[in-house]
Ligand binder design. Structure first.
Ligand code: PEP
Ligand code: MG
Length: 582
């Protein structure tokens, strides 16, 4: 049994066999072979070794000639490793004795070597891990070849283990076959994590070595509540987790009973609780969990995993579907937040050195006016179907806001001329997620109708911490006094200018911060469907007086540690069952 600690990004506990996805998205088959096929499978392996060896010889020669002898040596070493009698003996043994198919045998044996190299703590030897993977990939490419298996080919549910998953790969996962996932890299507010929560797939990321520590077919427990992955759990652990899962189900059904109750504090202050969605179908889940509207629709997911850009009709149909499901409840549609970790079929090819500081979001839209206007037309048409607000992401300066509003006005004028119905009072808001806006919010409040604070990016840009990077995940915290001060500043400006303010970043879905946000004066919290009941419970268990007291106290604290400790204590006192230790 091996326990790995990572970053919990989507709650829930699942036990199932693992399927390991390698970096080329190959699923390593975990079949056992009939004894009668041992010889033919050994021959298949021997053919793959031969082809790989020929490739390596070729590579070594070419690289030596064109780049230099020393680099050519790398492939000579791979050749020697691949052809070592010890390695080939171990492959053959796994096939003959354990009846593993060659792909499974190669992967199991080489993962064992990778683990041993990594454990040696010597930096030179630890780097050999990459060589081992290289050999594995080369062999697998020949073994699997045209017979590449896809996740779709899985015949029973698994836990997916991978080095990394992109947001679009995650969105494409088939929930009936993949029950949970674990990755080596990633952070809590990465879009992959956000999609996992949206799809209700328990997930742990930032585990560093889970893809090498796990062999396909091995039993694994994913604890998305505490960020643990347990490989090959012993009987006692399995038993303990079964009890824990029953308790979690009980807590879940207690929370579900809150669905139709309002999010009102004990002294009668109402907090609007909305859901975040990436796909229109999620509206139903948000309503089921007690949301009274959608506070953030991340429309860029319409662009991912497609061969061509969505048409105006594609946009319109998606919005119309969400609006229909909402039956008169409000929805805030955010214009595309493309770039950084979310690409279209075209933008993915234009790599940038610092994508989160690059041509992202509203900047991308303003440089691709046709694409932007297509979306604006669809949003405006949808505004005739129900209460719609439009939200511009990543606004950094007033010029951008004015430019975006001007393009929206152009479309309005076209509609007037064309006689297309739309809501003339549709509210226009901006995401407050860049420090330049959070520092000077009044200027912006005068030129829009509402603010939506995106704490994921606000934390990333204010603290200079990459939201995707597990190596600095410990520094990524909304509890930093600078973040609290900025939110306070934004809420004060919003109140002074009569502008509504919501929080739609992941901070809003963490019950530890609910009292702080309510006490600072945030009107709306918009969060993933999974978090809504817990946040509602928090709101209903406190008073506005207590929330203000907590917020005032937090504003006097000087470090993220102090703030996190204080807020944890307060939250624990209010709903101890949600913070129960194992
Ligand atoms: C945010 O940055 O907090 C936010 C809600 O936007 P996204 O996570 O889509 O970048
Ligand atoms: Mg953002």
């Amino acid at each position: 049994m091996q326990v790995l600690k990572g970053i919990p990004v989507s709650p829930g506990v699942i036990q199932a066999p693992a399927v390991v996805l390698d970096s080329e998205e190959m699923v390593i088959p975990q079949r056992q072979i009939p004894p009668g096929e041992v010889e033919s499978e050994l021959q298949r392996l021997s053919d793959a070794i031969e082809k790989s060896s020929a490739e390596l010889n070729d590579l070594s020669r070419k690289v030596s000639e064109t780049i230099g002898e020393q680099l050519g040596e790398i492939f000579k070493v791979h050749h020697a490793m691949l052809n070592s009698a010890q390695l080939q003996g171990e492959f053959a043994q796994a096939i003959r004795e354990q009846l593993l198919c060659p792909e499974y045998a190669v992967s199991t044996v080489l993962h064992g070597y990778a683990r041993r190299f990594r454990d040696m703590k010597d930096p030179y030897l630890a780097e050999r891990v990459q060589d081992v993977y290289d050999i594995e990939r080369r062999l697998l490419r020949h073994l699997i070849g045209a017979k590449r298996e896809h996740l779709k080919a899985l015949d029973r549910p698994h836990i997916l283990v991978a080095h990394d998953l992109t947001p679009s790969q995650t969105a494409a996962l088939d929930r009936s076959r993949i029950l949970a996932f674990a990755t080596d890299v990633g952070g809590r507010t990465s879009h992959t994590a956000i999609v996992a929560r949206a799809m209700n797939i328990p997930a742990v990321v930032g585990l560093q070595s889970v893809s090498t520590d796990t062999n396909g077919g091995e039993e694994v427990i994913i604890d998305g509540n505490r960020g643990l992955v347990i490989i090959a759990p012993d009987a006692e652990t399995v038993q303990r987790y079964q009890t824990y899962m029953q308790q979690a189900q009980q807590l879940e059904s207690d929370l579900t009973s809150l669905r139709d109750l309002p999010a009102v504090t004990k002294d009668g202050h109402e907090v609007t609780l909305h859901g975040n969605i990436e796909f229109p179908q999620e509206v139903a889940t948000c309503l089921k969990r007690g949301a009274t509207g959608i506070g953030l629709y991340r429309t860029e997911f319409l662009y991912l995993d497609r061969e061509a850009d969505p048409t105006e009709e594609d946009h319109y149909e998606a919005y119309a579907e969400a609006i229909k499901l909402l039956q008169g409840r409000p929805i805030t549609i955010r214009t595309c937040d493309l770039g950084a970790d979310k690409f279209t079929h075209v933008s993915g090819d234009e790599s940038e050195r610092n994508p989160f500081l690059g041509l992202r979001s509203i900047r991308y839209s303003l440089q691709h006016v046709d694409l932007f206007k297509t979306q604006l037309r669809a949003i405006l048409r949808a505004s005739a179907l129900g209460p719609v607000r439009i939200l511009f992401p990543l606004i950094t300066n007033l010029r951008e806001l004015r430019h975006a509003k001007m393009l929206l006005n152009d479309v309005r004028e076209d509609f007037e001329e064309e006689g297309i119905p739309f809501d003339r009072d549709m509210k226009v808001g901006i995401m407050v997620e860049v420090p330049s806006v959070a520092i000077l919010p009044r200027q912006f409040a005068r030129e829009c109708d509402f603010f939506s604070i995106g704490t994921n990016d606000l934390v990333q840009y204010t603290l200079a911490v990459d939201r995707l990077n597990e190596r600095v995940a410990g520094m990524f915290t909304p509890a930093h006094p600078a973040i609290v001060t900025l939110i306070h500043n934004v809420v004060q400006a919003a109140k002074a200018e009569g502008v509504e303010v919501s929080v739609c970043g992941e901070m809003g879905g963490d019950p530890v911060f609910t009292l702080l946000l309510v006490g600072l004066g945030v009107d709306t919290i918009s969060t993933a469907a999974t978090s809504i009941p817990e946040i509602k419970k928090m709101v209903r268990s406190t008073s506005m007086r207590q929330a203000r007291r907590v917020a005032n106290k937090v504003l006097t604290l000087e470090s993220d540690r102090e703030i996190a400790t204080y807020l944890n204590e307060v939250a624990r006192q209010i709903i101890p069952e949600a913070f129960a230790e194992e």
